[in-house]
Design a binder for this molecule. Structure first.
Ligand code: KG4
Ligand code: ZN
Length: 341
């Protein structure tokens, strides 16, 4: 018999945020501390793995302490420790995994390794208490663009994926070409509000025979070509129009694919997850289309869309109550597949 109340301490260090959180019963976030390295990586225009690992080592102790303090808990009150063990940057993941293992060992607490993307998906449970599987989830982050059928808690099937760039990667690369800096997603989101989304016709890629798959590299090249041509012809670029037209091309494809897949599988619920899920235009378009199609639409608040540990605590809880436990041989798996246990 599980205890009625389960409090999980969760740790996330897969990329450039050092994060820790305490989550009660999988749905209630008691604390959510995020130490972002963005300012540091900005100098290089992207995440530098070596710097990320070093910063995680510097910060992890303090971040975990703060998460416990904010939740007014001590390690003794915690029932299990959940940690992201993949996918992500191996050196960055290792810091969280080693730290979680040492806490679990010292305090004799169960250890639960969590898949980063399953964490992103589970972020939807925090503010939508009524949401339960089955549902479709569009996961769009800096490293991933997946359509995932969430069959049950902890049971996932990928039904579509990107063939090249992830959606967030496309945002970041186009933003860089527009001179907007890193990370590009939020900057394009903001600038697009001042532009005309119909100003430039950028391609919407459809992959023959694979209606659930994505491709964003052609769109990225089309934007770069457009910018080069403007430069050659010495025509002034309206950056807001480029941002708005590019964003609309991404949004059209994401919404079209996600809604089609939801209907094809006879599902009635569609959720968004990952950093790009905080894009205002994507949310709006998804909301409108879901309403039109009679689909319930869910998304996390922006703070739970980008990398955080609360989402790892939620996913970790559902693993924990299914009886999943990891040993001290838990290792970082940089290319961990979803649902692979
Ligand atoms: O989920 P996340 O924090 O990290 C990964 O697991 O990859 O996602 C980061 C990505 C970046 O590519 C960033 O540009 C994008 O999410 N992003 C956005 C927005 N906010 C973050 N993209 C579009 N619109 C946004 N508002
Ligand atoms: Zn992420």
């Amino acid at each position: 018999m599980e205890k009625e109340e389960v409090k999980i301490l969760a740790i996330e260090t897969s990329c450039d945020e050092t994060a820790a959180a305490v989550v009660r019963n999988g749905r209630e976030v008691l604390s959510n501390v995020i130490s972002s390295q963005i300012e540091l990586h900005k100098l290089y225009g992207g995440v530098v793995p070596e710097i990320a690992s070093r910063k995680h080592i510097e910060k992890i102790n303090q971040v975990v302490e703060e998460a416990l303090e904010e939740s007014q808990m001590t390690l003794d009150d915690i029932d299990a420790i959940a940690v992201t063990y993949g996918p992500g940057l191996v050196g960055a993941l290792l810091v969280g995994v080693a730290f979680a293992k040492s806490l679990a060992f010292a305090k004799k607490k169960p250890l639960v390794g969590v898949h980063h993307i399953e964490g992103h998906i589970s972020a939807n449970y925090i503010e939508n208490l009524e949401l339960e599987p089955p549902f479709m989830c569009l996961v769009v982050s800096g490293g991933h663009s997946h359509l995932v059928h969430v069959k049950e808690y902890g049971k996932y099937e990928i039904i579509g994926r990107t063939r090249d760039d992830a959606a967030g990667e496309a945002f970041d690369k186009v933003a860089r070409a527009l001179g907007l800096g890193y990370p590009g997603g939020p900057k394009i989101d903001k600038l697009a509000k001042e532009g005309n989304k119909d100003a430039i016709k950028f391609p919407r890629a459809v992959i023959e025979g694979a209606p659930n798959d994505f491709s964003f590299s052609g769109l990225k090249s089309a934007v770069l070509n457009y910018l080069n041509q403007c430069e050659m012809k010495q025509v002034e670029v309206n950056r807001a129009d480029v941002a708005a037209s590019f964003q609309q091309a991404v949004v059209d494809v994401l919404v079209g694919h996600a809604v089609l897949a939801t209907k094809q599988l006879g599902l009635t619920k569609l959720a968004l997850a990952g950093g790009v899920a905080s894009n205002s235009s994507l949310r709006e378009a998804m909301r409108t289309e879901c309403l039109r199609q009679g689909i319930q639409f869910y998304h996390p608040s922006p703070i739970f869309c980008t990398d955080n540990a609360a989402m790892i605590g939620v996913a970790g809880y559902y693993e924990y109550i299914r009886g999943i436990r990891d040993g001290f041989d838990l290792n970082a798996v940089p290319n961990l597949k979803i649902g692979e246990r």
